[in-house]
Ligand binder design. Structure first.
Ligand SMILES: O=P(O)(O)OC[C@H]1O[C@](O)(COP(=O)(O)O)[C@@H](O)[C@@H]1O
Ligand SMILES: [Zn+2]
Ligand SMILES: [Zn+2]
Length: 354
């Protein structure tokens, strides 16, 4: 099997009422952990490369690691997605190197700091949709500025993020604007701002509706029922992983993530892609700290990376199961990218706006 279109997987998820975690990958062990979990549960896979990952590993290494995953697990459909493209040029370069899905994040200007105008966002997203759909590639766009409804500060995710203090208005995706945006851009998936942010420090308490606006998802979904909603910054930050890290010398302050039940509620209302990075990092760090502490004479990286990989696999499995991915991979009959391009051209994949 080759890499597949993300639109195809998200359409399948929508038809069958589940959501797909999109895991950020930076190295071999993370890719292996994700694929081992997907194989064990027969789950479809979305792996994404952030700008930070591209800086750390280099795009060629990321691409070949994901290609290796496809080769080693030919029965599992895999999407290679580019996270947070800051300009059409970045998206174009990713497509040229083989990505089957790109995110054009036009919520911020190309400097990655200034909050962009709505018109700018529409314009760059439309442009990316045009050249991507022509060859069957999926496009995720973003509307609203991601950030905390507790601090009213923009989030620094993927190396970019709005500076300064924002209004609640800016930090929540507007429902009418989302409908207009999708109508005009025809993006396949839309990342929405509902109070989530990247990293381990999302909420100072277990989030309630005032700081995690799950109801907003329902309102948006009602207007754009076949546009796949994307939750960014959606690690759950498990307390048990924080406890292991602390027990073995780590310094993690009190913090809360996005509860899995809240994500499940989102999935009942149109959320199809859930971005997760931090949970894998926490799992690997907890395992490495524990292993190093308990085995002070070991020095072969394979010795501590093995438990780290196993811990990452555990988290990935848990998310696949909680979001309903188990058993879905083998039900998906792959549509070639060329065929997806034809379907876009024929208008079969146009967005419904109410
Ligand atoms: O640290 P990086 O590599 O920039 O990762 C950024 C990515 O992590 C995610 O925010 C996932 O968030 P979590 O931190 O909640 O796992 C993506 O939405 C985001 O684009
Ligand atoms: Zn953004
Ligand atoms: Zn993000």
């Amino acid at each position: 099997m080759s890499l597949v279109s993300m639109r195809q997987l998200l359409d399948h998820a929508a038809e069958n009422g589940y959501g797909i975690p999109a895991f950020n990958v930076n190295n071999l062990e993370q890719v292996q952990a994700i694929m081992a979990a997907a194989d064990a549960l027969n789950a479809p896979v979305i792996m994404q490369a952030s700008a930070g990952a591209r800086k750390y590993a280099g795009e060629a290494f990321l691409r070949h690691l994901i290609d290796a995953a496809v080769e080693a697990y030919p029965h599992i459909p895999v999407v290679m997605h580019q996270d947070h493209g800051q300009s059409p040029a970045v998206c174009m370069a990713a497509i040229r190197s083989g990505f089957t899905s790109v995110m054009m994040d036009g919520s911020l200007e190309a400097d990655g700091k200034s909050v962009a105008s709505y018109d700018y966002n529409v314009e760059v997203s439309r442009e990316v949709v045009k050249f991507s759909h022509a060859i069957g590639v999926t496009v995720e766009a973003e509307l609203g500025v991601l950030g905390s409804l507790e601090t009213m500060k923009g989030d620094k995710e993927d190396g970019h993020g709005a500076d300064g203090t924002m209004t609640r208005e800016q930090l929540l995706t507007d429902v009418a604007q989302a409908a207009d945006f999708v109508q005009r851009t025809q993006c396949d998936a839309l990342a929405i701002a509902i109070g989530t942010s990247h990293g381990a420090y999302k909420f100072t308490r277990k989030p309630t509706g005032d700081i995690l606006a799950i109801d907003r998802i329902k309102e948006i979904h009602a207007r754009i029922p076949n546009t796949h909603l994307v939750m960014h910054g959606s690690s759950s930050v498990p307390q048990e992983l924080l406890a292991i890290i602390r027990e073995f010398g780590g310094d993690m302050k009190e913090t809360y993530g996005v509860p899995v039940e809240e994500i499940q509620e989102g999935i009942r209302h149109g959320v199809r892609k859930i971005n997760i990075d931090t949970d894998i990092r926490l799992a690997m760090t907890a395992a490495v700290r524990q292993y190093m502490f308990q085995n002070p004479s070991k020095f072969d990286p394979r010795d501590f990376l093995k438990p780290a990989r196993a811990a990452a696999e555990q988290v990935v499995r848990a998310r696949f199961q909680a979001f309903g991915c188990e058993g879905q991979a083998s039900k998906i009959k792959i549509i070639p990218m060329e065929k997806m391009a034809e379907r876009y051209k024929a208008g079969e994949l146009s967005q419904i706006v109410k």
